[in-house]
Design a protein around this ligand. Sequence first.
Ligand SMILES: Nc1nc2c(c(=O)[nH]1)N[C@H]1C(S)=C(S)[C@@H](COP(=O)(O)O)O[C@H]1N2
Ligand SMILES: [Mo]
Length: 253
Amino acid sequence: MKKPSLLDRHLLAANKKEIQLIERRLFLKGTFSMGALALLSGCDLADNETVNRMLHGMSRFNDEIQAKLFDVTRLAPEYAPNMITQPFPFNAFYARDAVPIVDASTYHLELLGLIRDKKSWTLKELGELPQVSQITRHVCVEGWSAIGKWGGVRFSDFLQRIGADTTARFVGFKCADDYYTSIDMATALHPQTLLALTFADKTLPTEYGFPMKVRIPTKLGFKNPKHVMAIYVTNTYPGGYWEDKGYNWFSGL
Ligand SMILES: Nc1nc2c(c(=O)[nH]1)N[C@H]1C(S)=C(S)[C@@H](COP(=O)(O)O)O[C@H]1N2
Ligand SMILES: [Mo]
């Protein structure tokens, strides 16, 4: 049998979670199962292409429901320092030796889109803003989770400061390794969403996203971009690296 590719594994894991979520919601409603739904829609669940198309449609529909259900006042659990996972896992769409090296002395966080003050920010300037920290759990869709401590600038404070249009729908992130992702504005404004500059009280290590990662404890790991080079505010759906390959876009926890 052919060894599943990284993408296959990711999609399998994502689809499995998606099916479980959908099954659970349908079950809670006490009416349907995936099987019943397939009969209703005339879908043949033995056909992979059909399953994918059906799940994709449900996934986009799900984004809207999840966005509506998202409670900005609900906080992700925070943990005691002795619960921090050591060593903290590394993950990316490439091996550890391919992690991008960003030069701290020339780094400028670029701001684009619906933002009043688009001046870019050096690492030093970001470090001079008020800092907060959190010990939270990172949950990867591939089936592992780990607790870590991140410190940095509260994203909502930063968005206010730069005059971002917070009535816009999306905030997108571009990374040094060609990774990209995007989130809903409500999550961007959530009090635990950080522009993280430190990990375990030290400068963010290269493998964990130096010089800056956006830490979002209310979302799955793949929606926490590392090595962030640019932030943009937009009303046009920006998608993401895994999202464009079939992951559910909202992916809240
Ligand atoms: N720039 C970038 N950010 C990324 C990724 C990536 O490949 N590139 N992978 C994502 C995934 S799937 C996970 S689980 C986490 C892993 O973060 P860690 O290495 O700090 O554990 O980073 C996320 N952010
Ligand atoms: Mo992940």
